[in-house]
Design a protein around this ligand. Structure first.
Ligand code: ADP
Length: 384
């Protein structure tokens, strides 16, 4: 019997799941956190947690080997026929998943400078999987692919034209999540899916996407995964002049600025307490409240921007860890948006119902849990 393995290799984590060749319910899901000397592996099936096998978790290859050893019992006689990889950057050429071969690996390696914190780890995951499953098809699923056909005005920066030609563009990310949510919306509310939908993926990484008739027309994320909304530790939209100031006046190096913008900013930077929305919601500190206020305000601004990109809005969909779970944040984002026809039914919102707008509201507001792994598994299945 054959099976599909999905891999999502980040800088210090490796998320994975195993699917059968048919059906949308994974046999196993799991994660290695903190790859390195203090790595931790957790695994679960539909019936609960499994005790992982002993093994090294010091790098991506070791982590994958330990994951496979741990999966052995659950996999029984199933062979991995295809491995689907989340790849953050597909550059200009890929608007859909692609079979991995040496040429594609070279292309993806050349894109490393565009996503230096993510792409090298995605490639490490691909190499580890090729070594572990030489017979299996390997498939790349790109976070940029869903956004590949933005109109020029949402694809460019107002820089000298040569930079656009060199690929300095607004790529947009979180595409696997938007792909999943758009398809789900087409199943549960086909009329809305054919209209103008703003999707808010609010997790530790956060962005919004304007989806018109199932196609992405704008994203809050741009050249890198830093732009747009403030995130757990990333700054979101930032005046380029601030980066110049940090270099020229504060004497910071490019590496120091990178570390600050990616890992010490956002909710963590503003609050000085945590990157975790739950912790901030529980805190009495005024800095925690201010961090949340900023998050809410920027989210409201971006819903407006997404609506402007589509000439209006028929639906707003919340997703991601914060969007799926925090009724308070959803209600606060929607609070000052009656002018856009957005009005929440508080009791539905508190119940995390699928539709949380009031009966009379002009714009439908929904909560749709995302499932990036399933998008990867379905794409990989097509190549098996
Ligand atoms: P990632 O981008 O790493 O996939 P997630 O989508 O898992 O992140 O989202 C993580 C965020 O979701 C964290 O800020 C976490 O605090 C927040 N979150 C999860 N559950 C809740 C909840 N019940 N209330 C508020 N925030 C929540």
């Amino acid at each position: 019997m054959s099976a599909i393995l999905t891999l999502n290799a980040g800088s210090s984590s490796l998320k994975f799941s195993v699917y059968q060749m048919e059906g949308d319910t994974p046999l196993v899901t799991g994660k290695v956190d903190s790859i390195g000397p203090n790595g931790v592996l957790s695994l679960k099936t539909a019936n609960g947690a499994i005790t992982p096998a002993d093994g090294s978790l010091v790098n991506h290859s070791d982590a994958l080997a330990t994951v496979l050893k741990s999966l052995k019992l659950t996999l029984e006689d199933r062979e991995i026929a295809v491995v689907g990889h989340r790849v953050v950057h597909g550059g200009l050429n890929y608007d859909k998943p692609a079979l991995i071969n040496e040429t594609l690996i070279e292309e993806l390696t050349a894109l490393e400078p565009f996503a230096p914190l993510h792409q090298p780890h995605n490639l490490a995951g691909i190499r580890a999987a090729q070594a572990a499953f030489p017979q299996a098809a390997q498939v790349a699923c790109f976070d940029t692919a869903f956004h590949r056909h933005h109109p020029y005005v949402n694809d460019t920066f107002a820089l000298p034209r040569s930079y656009y030609d060199k690929g300095v563009r607004r790529y947009g990310f979180h595409g696997l999540s938007y792909d999943y949510i758009s398809r789900k919306l087409a199943e549960v509310a086909p009329t809305l899916a054919a209209g103008r939908v703003a999707i808010a993926h609010l997790g530790n990484g956060a962005s919004m996407c304007a989806v018109h008739n199932g196609k992405s027309v704008a994203s809050t994320m741009g050249f890198s995964a830093l732009d747009g909304l403030p995130m757990g530790t990333r700054c979101g939209q930032l005046d380029a002049g601030v980066v110049l100031y940090l270099m020229q006046q504060e004497g910071m190096s490019a590496d120091e600025i990178e570390t600050m913008l990616y890992t010490r900013s956002g909710l963590l930077g503003l609050s000085g307490i945590s990157n975790d929305m739950r912790t901030l919601e529980r805190s009495d500190a005024p800095e925690a409240a201010q961090a949340i206020d900023y998050f809410i305000f920027r989210a409201q601004r971006e819903v407006g921007a997404m609506a402007a990109a589509m000439g209006g809005i028929d639906a707003l969909v919340f997703s991601g860890g914060i969007g799926e779970n925090s009724a308070t944040i959803r209600a606060r984002i929607c609070e000052r948006m009656a002018w856009m026809g957005i009005e929440i039914d508080h009791s539905r919102n508190d119940d995390n119902a699928q539709v949380i707008s009031s009966e009379m509201a002009r714009t439908t507001v929904m909560v749709i849990p995302t499932n990036e792994e399933l998008v990867i598994a379905r794409a990989a299945r097509a190549f098996a």
